[in-house]
Design a protein around this ligand. Structure first.
Ligand SMILES: [Zn+2]
Length: 86
C-alpha cells in the first residue's frame, strides 16, 4: 500500500534495512517493515507523525497487523524447531 508524502505528495515507501534482514531474517524484516520509517524519493525519511491523523491510524493498523504476523511466524518457527529436536 502506498501513502502520499505529507511534504511533496509523492508516494512513499517503507524503508527496508539489509542489516535487519541479515541479522533477524524474515521476522526482523517484518518488524522493520512494521515500525521502520517511511521513505520518500524526494524528501528522504518521513516520520509517521508528519502524516495526517487519518493516514496515521491506517499506518498504525497496518503496523499492528505486520507485527502480529511476525509474532505468529516466530512462534511457528520456534514450534517447528522444538518438534525437530525430539
Ligand atoms: Zn516527499
Amino acid at each position: 500500500m502506498a501513502h502520499a508524502c505529507p511534504r511533496c505528495g509523492k508516494p512513499v515507501q517503507r524503508g527496508y534495512s539489509p542489516g535487519a534482514q541479515f541479522t533477524a531474517g524474515l521476522v526482523g524484516a517484518l518488524f522493520y517493515a512494521a515500525f521502520g520509517p517511511f521513505q520518500c524519493a524526494t524528501c528522504g525519511k518521513i516520520p509517521t507523525s508528519e502524516f495526517p491523523p487519518g493516514v496515521r491510524k491506517n499506518i498504525i493498523l497496518t503496523s499492528a497487523g505486520l507485527a502480529a504476523a511476525g509474532v505468529v511466524l516466530l512462534v511457528g518457527v520456534l514450534c517447528l524447531m522444538a518438534i525437530g529436536k525430539h
